[in-house]
Design a protein around this ligand. Sequence first.
Ligand code: ADP
Ligand code: F6P
Length: 322
Amino acid sequence: MRRVAILTSGGDAPGMNACLRACVRYAIHNDIEMYGVERGYVGLLNNRLERLNTRSVSDIIHRGGTVLKTARCPEFKEKEYILQAADTLKAYGIDSVIVIGGDGSFRGAKDLSDIGGINVVAIPGTIDNDLAYTDYTLGFDTAVNTVMSAMNNLRDTMSSHDRASMLEVMGRKAGDIALYSAVAGGAEYCIIPEVPYDLEEIARSMKQSIKRGKTSNMIVLAEGAGDREEICSKIKEIAGISVKTTTLGHIQRGGAPSMFDRVLAAKMAVRAVDLLLAGKTNRAIGIKNNQIIDMDITEALSMPHGIDENLYEVAHILSLHK
Ligand code: ADP
Ligand code: F6P
């Protein structure tokens, strides 16, 4: 009987548990023995593997985070440790691994295949949505919904006090969480790393909008686009407007996965297991134009991350700056 291991690595993301559940159940349905690895690549170095059955993944579909736990494992960039991990897997009779994580985890997966000779498939799980080869990563939709709900709350109080506010969101170097939240939550301004911005223009436009009778303004700032305090003090200096800042932080990384993330998790899990059954390795699973796809991990990682420029334009138009 085939034996396959599964691990979650890097930052956790809502939908990882739903994906784990789907991988385990679909694999067992196909007569594969499943092993869960604790704390990502760390668990491979510390022999933390446990046999999973269909019941092991009961009652987790609705939970954020990852019951397998996750970790960052810097040693995994070194050949010696990759070979050690491969030896551990081989000692268990395991020939394949499903990795759920972001781009760093994908690089680890590729090394485990290229250097360690283990078959790997990688499923994108990160709230950042920063993997260019796929339209969506697991956890992104849920994170944006969480940000949107925070924006609703902020709007209530900021508009009651006629205040300007800035909400800083995660995304590492990517602006996807900020852009989608700005559109969904109706923010007036969206500052992201992918598009150059002019603070003089933003400050002047805020001042003009106040003159026209607009009483509150909301800026969504992607964490990778600049320092929130510096930006706000610049706006104050130019336009005399005080901007109240809120940083959402790790709240946006937890929480029950949305319907979209749960369904995506199930579809990606099925493709991952099917690929391993077909003896494929080094494959990254994604979704493009609403179709599940897979491609070589190296090719997937080589694609530069960009932003949806049309959506950025729409965000600008709908915010009625003119
Ligand atoms: P994410 O997967 O969310 O991008 P990280 O970038 O922190 O998160 O990567 C998660 C883990 O993947 C790292 O702690 C490390 O174990 C492994 N990893 C990252 N980059 C590499 C690499 N270049 N080679 C091998 N393993 C890597
Ligand atoms: O990659 C997910 C993410 O939440 C990023 O958006 C953020 O920059 C980073 O992880 C935060 O990492 P940590 O939880 O280690 O502070």
